[in-house]
Ligand binder design. Structure first.
Ligand code: DTR
Length: 341
């Protein structure tokens, strides 16, 4: 018995040594190691797209680049990723633009209710807009890709069947999407997605305004059994890289990253659109959630009440030296191009 135990012990030590040697060998085979910070939990779509990007980069550079991913705010959180990437605490970071009001006067156009019906079309349109304008709001970073959530809807503890039910209801949102809620009579509470599970648990908010993927990924279907379809604005995201880290990359690696920009936007949009469907099916099956559609009159009122936000955005854009009308017409042209209507 004792002998077998010793032998097993020796074998275990040997196995550990081999695995340590192998992992050191594979780590050192990579010439470049990059850290990538993300704020929400691993299962959510910003992190799923991060893992896909990592895999593609490692494959396309034949292992020359190794990407260390840090989901769930383990390296940088929702609000300090920008600063952290700028200062080099992480080489790469994923940010939700709506968590930084006023910082992105051009790309925040995507937080407006513009009628996008899918994440795929909105993500491609956002990338096109970025490529066309290369806005100075990102001048301190290399932008690796951009994408958006799916259109936002209400997920609530109590049913919201009419606009009247929204009056004074405390709901979580961010950025211009908070203003959308306000113009519909609700009481928005702005916070990042990563802070929302606790706020819902504690009853600080009675629901949230975002896309339906989180019903499954953050198990919000358990607490928010009522889902009111509004299909209003999306949330835009950017994946930013520290400029020094970018400048230090060899040209062949830069090319791999550049080639992935648009492709990653589209991949993420498609993943998200499919995932919203899966999330709704899962939530119906597991928690028997109810999908609510408001009357046509209420939906028309939603449109009318949120219209002033577009004028508001134009004014702010103009004070930042941006021709808001031209940007809006570019975005609309992209919407038509990708949605075919
Ligand atoms: N920025 C967003 C959009 C969003 C939608 N699903 C997820 C999942 C994890 C983080 C963010 C998001 C929001 O805050 O609602």
């Amino acid at each position: 018995m004792i002998r077998t135990g010793r032998l097993t012990g020796l074998l275990a030590v040997f196995a550990i040594c081999v695995s340590v040697l192998c992992s050191t060998a594979s780590a050192s085979a990579a010439e470049i190691s990059l850290s990538y910070a993300n704020f929400p939990p691993p299962k959510t779509f910003p992190c799923v797209q991060m893992e896909r990007w990592k895999q593609e980069v490692e494959k396309r550079t034949n292992g020359k680049v190794l990407v260390q991913t840090y989901p769930g705010s383990t390296l940088l959180g929702a609000k300090n990723t920008m600063r952290g990437v700028m200062q080099g605490q992480a080489d790469i970071g994923c940010i939700s633009l709506a968590y930084h009001p006023g910082v992105f006067p051009l790309c925040s156009v995507f937080e407006l209710p513009l009628g996008f019906t899918s994440s795929t079309s909105a993500s491609l349109a956002l990338w096109d807009l970025y490529e066309k304008y290369k806005p100075s709001e990102f001048k301190r970073f290399k932008v690796l890709t951009m994408f958006t959530s799916a259109p936002s809807n209400l997920m609530t503890k109590d049913p919201v069947r009419t606009l009247e039910d929204l009056k004074g209801l405390e709901l979580r949102a961010s950025g211009i999407l908070s203003k959308i809620l306000e113009s519909l009579g609700a009481t928005p509470v702005s916070m990042p997605m990563s802070a929302t599970p606790e706020a819902l648990q504690k009853g600080v908010v009675k629901g949230l305004f975002s896309s339906f993927d989180v019903l499954k990924d953050l198990n919000f279907a358990e607490i928010c059994r009522y889902e009111t379809v509004t299909n209003t604005a999306v949330y835009p995201f950017a994946v930013i890289m520290n400029l020094n880290a970018w400048n230090a990359l060899p040209d062949d690696v830069k090319k791999v990253f550049n080639d992935l920009g648009r492709e990653q936007a589209e991949w993420t949009g498609k993943y998200m659109d499919q995932h919203v469907k899966d999330s709704l099916d899962w939530s119906k099956e597991k928690y028997g959630i109810e999908i609510i559609r408001m009357s046509d009159a209420d939906m028309k009122a939603v449109k009318e009440k949120t219209l002033p936000l577009i004028e508001d955005w134009k004014k702010k854009a103009s004070s930042a030296g941006i021709n808001g009308a031209a940007v809006l017409s570019d975005v609309e042209a992209s919407r038509v191009k990708y949605e075919g209507k």
